[in-house]
Design a protein around this ligand. Structure first.
Ligand code: PBG
Length: 324
C-alpha cells in the first residue's frame, strides 16, 4: 500500500480529454475584438511593415475583413481611422463622411448584429500627433473634451454600438456620456481606456496610424508603468463618470493590473494586446525563434486568466480559425 503521494497532479494531465475537462480558463472568439485601420480611397490595402497580417484598408476592403470576422464569430471590431489630411484640431475625427463613420454605417447595413466599437482619440488626426489640442506646447485637457465628445457623437450617429476613448484626458468619459445622452444615444456604451500606460509597445501602431508625435512623448497624459494603485483610481473615476466597460492597455506587461481591476471592481474588463506585443512575437516567429501560434495562444490565455472578459487582439481571426 502506498500512501505517498496521495495527490498526484499528473493524473489530471494524462490525456488531452482529461486536461480539457478540468481546464479553468476558456477563451472563445466571441470574447475577442479585432482592431482594424480604415483609410480614405477605394481598393486600398496597404501592409503595415512592423505588423505582418495587419493592413490599412479603404472601407470597401475593410468590409472583406469584417465579413470574415462575422463568419468566424468574433465579438466585435474596433475601428481606427487614418485621414488623408490632418490639422491642428484633428477635425477629420468628427467628420461625418470620414473613413470610420462610413465604415460603421456600412457594417450596420451589411452585418447589423456585429458589435462595432470605435476608438475615440485625436492623435491619428492631429498634425502634431498628440491626443488633444495643444496650448503653449502642452496638451490642453479641458479644451480637448469637447472635440472628443463631438467625435464620439459622430460615431454614434453613424451607428456605433460602443465608443472607446483612448486619449487619457481627465473627465472625458463624463463629457462623452453627457453629449450622447443629450442627443438621444443613451444606448451607446462607453468602453474607456481607463488604465492606459505610456508604453513603448505602441510603436508599431504609430507606424500603422501615422500618429507618432512630432515632439515630446505622452507621459503627460498616459500612465506611469510603475503604478498600480493609480490604475484603480483611473478606473473608479471612469466608472463614476459613466464607463460601461473598462480597459487595461497594454495587456501582457500589465497582467497584475488586469487582475486587480477585475477583482476589485467586478466590472467588465477588456485588455488590449497591443501592436508591439503582436509585432514582437511575429518577429521572433519569422526568425524561427518561437512557435508563433503557440506564443499567440499562451499570451491570449494568460490575459484571459488574469481576468479580462474581453480581449482585443490583432490575432482575433487567427485565434478563431484555430479554436472556432
Ligand atoms: C490612440 C491609440 C493608441 C493605441 C490605441 N489607441 C496609440 C497611442 O496611444 O499612442 C495603441 C494600440 C496598439 O499599439 O496596438 N491614442
Amino acid at each position: 500500500m502506498t500512501t505517498f503521494p496521495r495527490w498526484r497532479g499528473r493524473r489530471l494531465r494524462r490525456t488531452g480529454a482529461i486536461r480539457a475537462l478540468v481546464r479553468e480558463t476558456r477563451l472563445t472568439p466571441e470574447r475577442m475584438i479585432l482592431p482594424l485601420f480604415v483609410t480614405e480611397g477605394e481598393g486600398v490595402r496597404e501592409t503595415v511593415g512592423s505588423m505582418p497580417g495587419v493592413f490599412r484598408t479603404s472601407v470597401d476592403a475593410a468590409m472583406e475583413d469584417i465579413g470574415e470576422a462575422v463568419a468566424l464569430g468574433l465579438g466585435g471590431v474596433l475601428l481606427f481611422g487614418i485621414p488623408d489630411q490632418k490639422d491642428a484640431e484633428g477635425s477629420q475625427a468628427w467628420h461625418e463622411q470620414a473613413a470610420v463613420q462610413r465604415t460603421v454605417a456600412a457594417i450596420k447595413k451589411a452585418h447589423p448584429d456585429l458589435t462595432v466599437v470605435t476608438d475615440v482619440c485625436l492623435c491619428e488626426y492631429t498634425e502634431h500627433g498628440h491626443c488633444g489640442l495643444l496650448k503653449d506646447g502642452h496638451v490642453d485637457n479641458d479644451d480637448t473634451l469637447d472635440l472628443l465628445a463631438r467625435t464620439a457623437l459622430s460615431h454614434a450617429r453613424a451607428g456605433a454600438d460602443v465608443v472607446a476613448p483612448s486619449d487619457m484626458m481627465d473627465g472625458r468619459v463624463g463629457a462623452i456620456r453627457r453629449v450622447l445622452d443629450d442627443e438621444g444615444f443613451q444606448q451607446v456604451a462607453i468602453l474607456s481606456y481607463a488604465a492606459k500606460y505610456a508604453s513603448t509597445f505602441y510603436g508599431p501602431f504609430r507606424e500603422a496610424a501615422g500618429s507618432a508625435s512630432d515632439f515630446g512623448d505622452r507621459r503627460g497624459y498616459q500612465m506611469d508603468p510603475a503604478n498600480q494603485d493609480e490604475a484603480l483610481r483611473e478606473v473608479r473615476a471612469d466608472i463614476a463618470e459613466g464607463a460601461d466597460m473598462i480597459m487595461v492597455k497594454p495587456a501582457l506587461a500589465y497582467l497584475d493590473v488586469i487582475h486587480r481591476v477585475k477583482t476589485e471592481t467586478g466590472w467588465p474588463v477588456a485588455a488590449y494586446q497591443v501592436s508591439g506585443e503582436y509585432a514582437a512575437i511575429m518577429a521572433a516567429a519569422e526568425r524561427g525563434w518561437l512557435d508563433g501560434d503557440r506564443a499567440m495562444e499562451e499570451t491570449l490565455m494568460s490575459i484571459a486568466r488574469a481576468g479580462a472578459d474581453v480581449v482585443i487582439t490583432y490575432w482575433a481571426r487567427e485565434f478563431a480559425r484555430r479554436n472556432g
